[in-house]
Design a protein around this ligand. Structure first.
Ligand code: ATP
Length: 510
């Protein structure tokens, strides 16, 4: 195969989308992967990591977009002809073969081009199998790399989970792929073994010098091992960068929350280099934002200074007061929840210890306040009225109040009338329906409300939660609530009629 041209970029993914029926598992992903890079696809369950990996391996084909390998389109290249091998979470070893034969299995089947001398003395290029000496050498080399020399004859069932995973890795690298794909390979191991294997994998990556594409939902694992982290959510890349870049300069609240712990609060730009949150004004660089804009404010817990209350310092405005609501020793620091007098709760990590219920004062340096563009996520639907009582939202007829439309009122006889007092029938009329995140009600029982679905992400925002709910038909609602939900909770979603805003579309809305 011509899969080994010289190119700095080994894999180019361009505008790749993968749909499974209505589900958009991967949505318009564009990504370049360099030779020898350790890239990690990181994100919560269901964000499309595995689907992206499977498309690189050739087990799934993109619905649209292209993937090239050393500048060659992979579209018609079957998995076994791609210079790529995959290690899965479940090791999928052959239970009836010993360690040696598990690793040698693929090599025994493989045919490689070789120049052979024919009987008449001429040479010819032929596809031949590896000799048993060649196989032996390769298997021994792979075993050495995964530190299992001497295990050749062991029954794979007699090995520990970690050892089995090493055999699975040896089986993948013995084929000398240019790219190794690893799909949560350490997921089945216990914490201690996982930590050890993380370091070993990094070491192997260095020794082999090939490209690793690693899938995990564990941010710590991603930070420990990767050159580049690709953070994904709902099939979309949220940010690509080094661990440090993603930690220090997250592009949105989701990334900030997913990588490390963060305080994420609603804020508003109140002036040049001035931001207000928690009902207080702070100095901070507001360069790319305009006055009046709503933003997400991100503050790392280790960046908040906590001290004993000193009224003079509080009066000077540099500190603000709060009450410690929780305090846990984490080995090298204390992690404390501190509620400000305005009711906003901050997560604080410090070597200074405060007990729960103790008063304290906090300071946040202006340089450590990160501002992020708020994601679009509001609930706005360009749709039609089913009739005078219902608006269609995601194909469901939801009760609404059409007197919210300009010019429409209800007369004394209970008829909807326009400005000329003529009765109206708005069935099929185009409207824009919207509802504020805080006005959507989530119910414990998924049969209550107009929609049913599942909580797919939760963000604590100091004094409330921002949650994303995915309906059973893969549509999204964005909700701000004081109730505590867990990822995966089933909920009923109710849009109260009186909270649904309606307007006739104007040119700029369409
Ligand atoms: P996990 O860590 O749980 O494996 P992931 O980030 O790897 O999650 P994917 O397995 O890529 O996510 O799945 C992305 C979305 O596509 C999910 O909603 C999943 O249910 C859906 N999906 C994946 N494979 C299929 C399939 N073969 N048929 C239908 N839907 C699928």
């Amino acid at each position: 195969m011509i899969l080994n041209n010289i190119s700095e970029r080994i894999i180019e993914i361009k505008g790749v989308t993968k749909k499974f029926g209505d589900i958009e598992a991967v949505n318009n992903v564009t990504l370049s992967i360099k030779k020898g890079e350790f890239v990690t696809l990181l994100g919560p369950s269901g964000c499309g990591k595995t689907t992206l990996l499977r498309m690189i391996a050739g087990f799934d084909a993109p619905t649209s977009g292209t993937i090239t390998f050393n500048d060659m389109d992979l579209k018609d290249i079957p998995p076994h002809l791609r210079s790529v091998n995959t290690v899965f979470q479940r090791y999928a070893l052959f239970p009836h073969l010993n360690v040696y034969n598990n690793i040698a299995f693929g090599l025994k089947l493989k045919k490689i081009p070789k120049t052979v001398t024919q009987k008449d003395g001429t040479t010819a290029e032929k596809l031949v199998k590896y000799t048993s000496e060649e196989i032996n050498k390769k298997v021994k080399g792979a075993l050495k790399l995964v530190e299992l020399s001497g295990y050749e004859h062991r029954d794979v069932n007699s090995l520990s989970g970690g050892q089995q995973q090493r055999v699975a890795i040896a089986r993948a690298i013995v084929n000398e792929p240019l790219v190794l794909l690893l799909d949560e390979p350490l997921g089945a191991l216990d914490l201690k073994m996982r930590k050890e294997m993380q370091l070993e994998l990094k070491e192997m990556h260095k020794k082999l010098g090939i490209t690793f594409i690693y899938v995990t939902h564990d941010q710590e694992e991603a930070l420990t091992m990767s050159d580049t982290i690709v953070v994904m959510k709902n099939g979309i890349i949220q940010q690509t960068g080094t661990g440090l870049e993603i930690y220090n300069e997250p592009l949105n609240a989701f990334v900030a929350n997913f990588i490390g712990e963060s305080n994420i609060l609603n804020g508003k730009i109140t002036g040049e280099d001035e931001i207000s949150f928690d009902e207080k004004v702070f100095e901070c660089k507001t360069s790319s934002f305009r006055v009046g804009q709503s933003v997400d404010v991100v503050i790392r817990p280790e960046d908040i200074v906590i001290k004993k209350v000193d009224q003079e310092k509080i009066s000077s405005g540099r500190y603000f007061e709060g009450t410690v609501v929780s305090s846990v020793f984490k080995g090298t620091y204390y992690e404390m929840g501190v509620k400000s007098n305005n009711g906003c709760e901050y997560l604080v990590q410090s070597t200074s210890h405060f007990d729960a219920e103790e008063k304290a004062m906090l300071r946040i340096e202006s340089g450590l306040i990160h501002l992020m563009k708020k994601e679009r996520f509001n609930n706005k639907f360009v749709t039609t009225l089913k009739n005078n009582e219902n608006v269609t939202i995601y194909d469901v007829n939801v009760p609404c109040d059409i007197t919210k439309l300009s010019g429409i009122t209800k007369n004394a006889d209970g008829y909807f009338v326009d400005e000329k007092q003529e009765s109206v029938d708005l069935s099929g009329k185009d409207v824009i329906a919207s509802i504020e995140n805080k006005d959507i009600i989530l119910r414990d029982h998924d049969a209550e409300g107009q929609f049913s679905g599942e909580i797919v992400s939760i963000l604590f925002k100091g004094d409330h939660y921002y949650v994303e709910v995915k309906t059973d038909y893969n549509q999204f609602f964005y909700v701000e609530t004081n109730d505590i939900w867990d990822d995966g909770d089933r909920v009923g979603i109710e849009l109260p009629a009186e909270k649904i805003k309606l307007k006739f579309p104007e040119i700029e809305d369409l």
